[in-house]
Design a protein. Structure first.
Ligand SMILES: [Ca+2]
Ligand SMILES: [Ca+2]
Length: 245
């Protein structure tokens, strides 16, 4: 099984970010993941006692922007953060290396650290500490695994916006992987212990955006209802997840 064959990498002291510095041993031997990302099925999510779930159908049709992301599921145990994304495949006009999704993490569950409110703000103060930016397509548009070569740490002012992300090379650490369940359905995970970040608490916040070729945002969750017909997006805080430990 893929999870069991991940390379064990301690990558702590490579991290230049003040907040980081302490990855661990990765996935322990014998770990049985509660979610398989190799089964090409989301049925295993139904067996969970709980999960965090957002379905866009719960939103009204008044949310006109970034609507391609239809459903987000997240579950985290002490080892991994699992997620499943369901999106409208036709929203990706050109699957490529510049189409994919971001995973935004308020990793320390602290609203007073991090930044980058961007799509989730400005009503929501920026609190993101970690960003994953990657694709699930190769240069030829073939489906592939979500394995960003670096992780980004917020290096801008607390609560600020803009692209103040500092990249930290993760080339030796298999922190992330995913697989398509179907067109527009991706199941993936992050290995928490391989993310060189020391300030994890018992919970975190997570948000996703989907972007088309050229990094054009087409999907966002969590997202609230638009409050008017103009450029009001419908802001909503990121999804709060408690580690099941
Ligand atoms: Ca599965
Ligand atoms: Ca934070």
């Amino acid at each position: 099984m893929c999870l069991a064959t991940l390379t064990m990498v301690a990558c702590g002291d490579k991290n230049p970010a003040e907040a980081g510095g302490g990855g661990g041993g990765g996935i322990p031997e014998g770990y049985v993941p509660p979610i398989s990302v190799e089964d090409k099925s989301l049925a295993d999510w139904d067996a969970l006692e709980h999960q965090e779930l957002i379905v866009r159908d719960e939103l009204t049709a008044e949310t006109p922007y970034w609507s391609a992301l239809k459903k987000v599921q997240v579950y985290a145990d002490s080892i991994c953060i699992f997620y499943a994304l369901t999106f409208e495949p036709t929203a990706i006009t050109a699957p490529s290396e510049t189409a994919g999704y971001h995973i935004y993490l308020n990793a320390d569950n602290d609203p007073n650290t991090g930044g980058h409110w961007d799509l989730f703000g400005p009503e929501n103060k920026g609190n993101e500490d970690i960003l994953f930016e990657g694709t699930v397509w190769d240069v030829d548009g073939n489906q592939t695994s979500y394995s960003p070569p670096f992780i980004s740490y917020w290096s801008g002012p607390v609560g600020g916006n803009d692209w103040y992300w500092t990249e930290f090379d993760l080339v030796d650490a298999q922190v992330s992987a995913s697989q398509f369940v179907a067109d527009g359905v991706v199941e993936g995970y992050l290995v928490r212990d391989l993310i060189p970040f020391k300030k994890w608490s018992n919970a975190f916040e997570i948000g996703f955006d989907l972007y088309d070729d050229g990094y054009t945002a087409v999907g966002l969750l969590p997202q609230g209802n638009a409050t008017d017909g103009g450029k009001q997006i419908g802001r909503k805080p990121k999804l709060k997840v408690t580690f099941d430990e």
